[in-house]
Design a protein around this ligand. Structure first.
Ligand SMILES: NC(=O)c1ccc[n+]([C@@H]2O[C@H](COP(=O)([O-])OP(=O)(O)OC[C@H]3O[C@@H](n4cnc5c(N)ncnc54)[C@H](OP(=O)(O)O)[C@@H]3O)[C@@H](O)[C@H]2O)c1
Length: 249
């Protein structure tokens, strides 16, 4: 993919900010969105090619309006990356509906709200790449991660459907599945995070994966990916024995 116009949701921090900086370094003009205007301004101040467009993905009207604004200001949207996420640890039997709802509303429905206007824009301009940062946590039902893991699984499933349906219109759907990456999201974790990666390293894998091929899945690091995929395909008695070990049962 040649450098063009990218729009990153979640571009004010962590992986999204690192991807924005790297794309800008490689010649892209990058719109970044998130709720916190100060964080967006700080990232935008690093490179004149990065432009802040504050947005809360739980607001459908704002999503439509921001899509139109970016397409108007920058001419088109060649690459859209949805990376907004909320993460809430919750105890089974004590799932707070409000907290669960907030995770679904951001991680999953947040993408759906933006998918419509972005797809329409891409179809009108003759194509584009629509990417979502899911997670290896979406490969199977991860203990102690119910809300987060299930939204990532739903995203992967939805993206598989969309890839098939959108291909003829020139909109290429991409799924990004990182393992553990150092970021404000994982800084909250108090459990061991195997194969933890630096943010810039993750950004490089994402940008290379998106721009140097058309493949659906960009998943890393490989050791984590194969571990998670192997667990996924185990027969259920072995699967539940192993996931039980993860929670000390
Ligand atoms: N770090 C990891 O180990 C890891 C692994 C796999 C996948 N991921 C995924 O990578 C993506 C980026 O996460 P990160 O690790 O870089 O953590 P992060 O820095 O906390 O990124 C999450 C981003 O989502 C934005 N966001 C949250 N709610 C939003 C809303 N309602 N509207 C608009 N933006 C919203 C946040 O910005 P505001 O607060 O300013 O709104 C923030 O920039 C997420 O999708 C995450 O699930 C991360």
């Amino acid at each position: 993919m040649e450098p063009g116009i990218a729009w990153i949701i979640g571009g004010g921090s962590g992986i999204g900010a690192a991807v924005a900086r790297l794309l800008a370094k490689r010649g892209w003009t990058v719109a970044i969105s998130g709720r916190d205007e100060a964080k967006l301004a700080a990232v935008a101040s690093d490179d004149p090619a990065i432009r802040p467009y504050p947005l809360d993905v739980t607001d459908a009207e704002a999503g439509e309006a921001t899509t139109a604004r970016i397409a108007g200001d920058l001419g088109r949207i060649d690459l859209f990356i949805f990376g907004a996420a909320a993460w809430q640890p919750m105890k089974v039997g004590d799932y707070s509906f409000d907290k669960f709802n907030a995770v679904v509303d951001t991680n999953y429905l947040g993408f759906i709200r933006l998918a419509n206007p972005v797809i329409r824009q891409m179809q009108a301009q003759g194509g584009g790449h629509l990417a979502v940062i899911a997670s290896v946590a979406g490969y199977f039902g991860l203990p102690r991660s119910a809300a987060y893991s299930s939204t990532k699984a739903a995203l992967i499933n939805l993206l598989e459907t969309m890839r098939t349906e959108l291909r003829p219109s020139g909109v290429v759907v991409r799924m990004i599945a990182p393992g553990f990456v150092k970021s404000p999201l994982t800084d909250k974790n108090d459990f061991p995070m195997p194969f933890l990666m630096e943010t810039d390293d993750a950004a490089e894998r994402i940008v290379d994966g998106l721009t140097r091929s058309d493949r659906f899945e960009i998943a890393f690091p490989k050791r984590m990916v194969w571990l998670m995929k192997t667990v996924r395909w185990l027969p259920y008695p072995v699967f539940f024995w192993l996931t039980g070990k993860m929670v000390g049962k």
